[in-house]
Design a protein around this ligand. Structure first.
Ligand code: C2G
Length: 129
């Protein structure tokens, strides 16, 4: 079984997220999504609209996702990859190069982001209504 792992906040779940998860799932047989907790989001300087529990429930409902885990720290990726047996770590290419350090234990890939959509943009556009 080829396992893929990815990380993110996935707030206001949108087609950019779905298209990434769809592509990642197509690279293997099992997709693990590690979602930033509210506390870790604060460390990332992000405040999500939906709580971790809500974002977890939404992402778990996505047919491309097989398992959801919490992301609590920047440092947990190596342990996650080893413990899960992930063969591929995949991210959108805004992260290009940031996780190459894990190429000794898995394939590290960066996929093109979906243009013209982001959680930040959605929030901005809604704030003017
Ligand atoms: N993404 C995408 N296209 C978009 C928006 C996002 O492909 N239009 C991808 C991002 O590149 C990322 C994933 O969707 O791989 C999740 O994006 P965010 O929820 O913004 O996650 P981020 O804040 O980048 O957190 O330790 C890693 C961090 O937790 C990643």
């Amino acid at each position: 079984m080829k396992k893929v792992i990815t990380y993110g906040t996935f707030d206001l779940f949108h087609v950019g997220h779905i298209r990434l998860l769809k592509r990642l799932r197509s690279l293997g047989d099992y997709l693990i999504v590690v979602i930033s907790t509210d506390e870790f989001n604060a460390l990332k300087g992000k405040k999500s609209f939906f709580s971790y529990d809500e974002r977890k429930e939404i992402v778990e409902a996505c047919k491309y996702v097989d398992e959801v885990l919490p992301e609590l720290t920047w440092e947990q990726k190596r342990e996650d990859i080893i413990n899960s047996g992930a063969n591929i770590l995949g991210m959108g290419d805004d992260w290009k190069g940031h996780f190459d350090e894990f190429s000794d234990i898995c394939d590290v890939i960066y996929l093109p982001r979906t243009e013209d959509i982001s959680t930040t943009q959605i929030k901005k556009e809604l704030s003017i209504i």
